[in-house]
Design a binder for this molecule. Sequence first.
Ligand SMILES: [Zn+2]
Length: 393
Amino acid sequence: MKTYIYKRLTVLFSVVITWFLACSFTVVIDAGHGGHDPGAIGSIAKEKDLNLAVSKRLAKLIEDSCSDVDVFMTRKTDVFLTLQERANFVNKHNADLFICVHTNSAENKKVTGAETFTLGMDKMASNLDVAMRENSVMMLEDDYKTTYQGFDPNSVESYIMFEFMQDQYLDKSLQFASAVQQCFVKTGRVDRGVRQAGFWVLHKSACPSVLVEMGFITNKEEEQFLASEQGKQQIAMAIFNAFRSYKAALEKRQVKEEKEEVKEEQKELPWTLPEEEKDKQQKQTKSKEKKEVEKTEEKKPAVASKEVSKPIYRVQIFAVKAPLKAGDSTFKGVKNADYVKAGNFYKYMVGNETDYQKALDLQKKLREKFSDCFIVAFLDGKQISVKEALEKK
Ligand SMILES: [Zn+2]
């Protein structure tokens, strides 16, 4: 009985802790560019100023109406920050969400609209120009090649490293990015959609993160809108509404998961057991424990094994909200896919490789059928980021 009470208290304690943690949420807002880096330049405005003005408004909106949210801004004035400094700031504050605010530019002055990026490889080639432009800021630093580990923002080859980038935050980043675009559409912005590309600042931030391109400074009308007080407020309001709906959805999911967890624990830990049943169970447990001890002793090698567990790479082909029957058309003929349940999703995966290169080959093959499939990594049955897995080699 003592053990039951102890276990029960542990469960309650962990629920309280989870609840407490769920109550505080940290968001970092990053106004792109600043100081001697103006970003894109329009005819009446500079990108750095528009980004800062909208970021400040967004921070205020969140602060004023979400008392459970801590808001941090990478910059509040017109100062230069390196991309690495921005990412470090996010990680130092243990952020739950990172929002980078930027303004777009194009040679074609007719182009208008808002788009929101997450880190990733999907159709990356078509978005390479935006990533190159935003990453090229690093060239303003003296020793950028050392700081950014040889990454050359203008070389297409450098972007191959973003093959490694599909990580555990992608689902949430995409969720928030879609919410932003939906809210932009509601305020009448031209919808250029959710996109993916290799942004250094997103790559180095250990949380769900997006980069919003609010509109084109190179389009006369859009520049005027973005430079106006009303325009800035509308953009900030749209991102704020997206933040609220993203956070609400996240909390709903968390509460549901916690309830399910408690139910599971309760199943395992009945408050009381009939005396007879208790005796029987205790005897069974004791004899099982004894057997297990005997078994382990039998198997114990003379010298302790030095073998370290290796990460396993798999390719996630899609995620759905309900498990599928074998042979379902969604598999597109791919056999041997199984799922890992995460939150409300069943993530279907193929392959079981200890060699990352083999996983890459498998991903390449699978891309013919699942264009946005990506590599995930596990260590001892627990999902870890691919980057982490590669570092364990
Ligand atoms: Zn920018």
